[in-house]
Design a protein around this ligand. Structure first.
Ligand code: GLY
Length: 391
């Protein structure tokens, strides 16, 4: 167990001290949702983060896309995405009820489109795979596409509709989750956690995105994404309502419209760990975006930003107890899917914290699948002895 905390045997036992029951390391959407849910269970919760919401979620577009993000060979991840997306309506309603906040949750669905014949051929292969999994993908002819979204370029050759792929605004979501967690009784601590000695609690949840690697020894790597934010002219809303996921002359781009006139254009996927915004990346994103939706050329470019997704060797999240440390739970490695996976991740981790029977949908994502890959470090994973206090 951690120094000073009550013993932990797969469910928190409340001690007589003021030591928290749960310390969450990381105040992004995952950590804050876990904190909210744990606090709502009556547990004493602290969240450690010097700048909550300043990581990957600050850059993220907020697509809730179990269909469009279903890729070849990722059946178990697709099942998790689908389950979490199905929990989003209730999660969003509960969060709005708890806080009164508008989190920008929208359900118009997603149009997946191909600009050229080659783009459409590539996209159709993926859509056929997704349909083969039973996912709701409805092919649309160009005329049907333009009936739904007249602003699409006349060059767009075809597309498909994913009615269940929705969106939320992460920059509204994070403050709402923070408010919900604090109203439920959680406390935010602005000091960073660099070593296990910085935390004292019955159970520690590491939800620190790319920072989780140093704390756990698990193989979490940064995957850079560059994103643009545009703004519609004259203070009006964008001239389209669906999320658009496009293939445009070999570039993959997504366009996410917000009620307030913002359009998020993303994103690069780069095996790099810097946060520089490259002129060439901006050019490629804008060219692809404007090829699909010509009116975007008239929008203001208000932001160009890079973030780091927490990737893992199989690009799926890591959820569950750290090997040898049942008092340390990990909720990281969400890669492209942190926002959509927030509800199911919170539910799975809270089940583990409270000793509730774990939902088997989380089984494929346990940390032990990477036990052989765990690197050396100063973190929670290095003691290998759950009974030894952290130093
Ligand atoms: N989920 C979209 C991205 O990571 O770019």
């Amino acid at each position: 167990m951690l120094a000073g905390g009550p013993s932990y045997t797969g469910g928190v036992s409340r001690g007589p001290f003021l030591t928290p029951d749960v310390a969450v390391v990381g105040g992004g959407p995952i950590g804050l949702a876990i904190a909210w849910r744990c606090a709502a269970h009556g547990l004493r919760v602290v969240v450690h983060d010097p700048a909550p919401g300043s990581g990957a979620s600050h850059v993220a577009a907020g697509m809730l896309a179990p269909v469009a993000e279903a890729y070849f060979g990722e059946h178990e991840l697709t099942a998790l995405l689908t389950e979490s997306a199905a929990r989003w309506p209730a999660f969003a309603a509960e969060l709005t009820e708890a806080t009164g906040a508008d989190i920008g949750y929208r359900t118009e669905g997603t149009l997946m489109v191909g600009l050229t014949a080659d783009d459409l051929a590539e996209a159709r292969r993926l859509w056929a795979y997704q349909q083969g999994l039973g996912l709701p993908v409805t092919p649309l002819r160009p005329s049907q596409l333009r009936d739904r979204e007249p602003a699409l370029a006349v060059r767009v050759r075809g597309g498909a509709f994913a009615a269940t792929d929705h969106q939320v605004d992460p920059r509204r979501l994070v403050p709402a989750l923070r408010l919900a967690a604090e109203r439920a009784g959680a406390t935010l601590v602005p000091e960073p956690v660099r070593t296990p000695a910085d935390v004292s609690a019955g159970v520690t949840v590491v939800a620190a995105g790319c920072g989780s690697a140093a704390l756990t020894g698990l193989p979490v790597r940064p995957v850079k994404g560059q994103v643009l934010r545009l703004r519609a002219p004259d203070g009006g809303p964008p001239g389209f309502r669906h999320v658009i996921r496009g293939y445009a002359d070999g570039e993959h781009v997504y366009l996410v419209p917000r009620e307030d006139g913002e359009v998020v254009v993303g994103a690069t996927v780069e095996e790099r760990s810097d946060l520089a915004v490259g002129a060439g990346s901006v050019l490629r994103l804008l060219r692809a975006a404007i090829d699909l939706l010509p009116e975007l050329a008239e929008y203001e470019l208000v932001e160009a930003i890079a973030g780091l997704r927490p990737g893992t060797p199989d690009n799926a999240p890591i959820l569950g107890p750290l090997p040898g440390r049942p008092d340390v739970l990990v909720a990281t490695g969400h890669h492209r899917h942190g926002i959509v996976l927030t509800p199911v991740t919170a539910d799975l981790i809270v089940d583990l914290v409270t000793g509730t029977t774990a939902d088997p949908i989380g089984d494929p994502f346990r940390p032990e699948r990477f036990a052989a890959d765990a690197g050396p470090g100063e973190g929670f994973g290095t003691s290998g002895d759950a009974t030894r206090p952290a130093q």
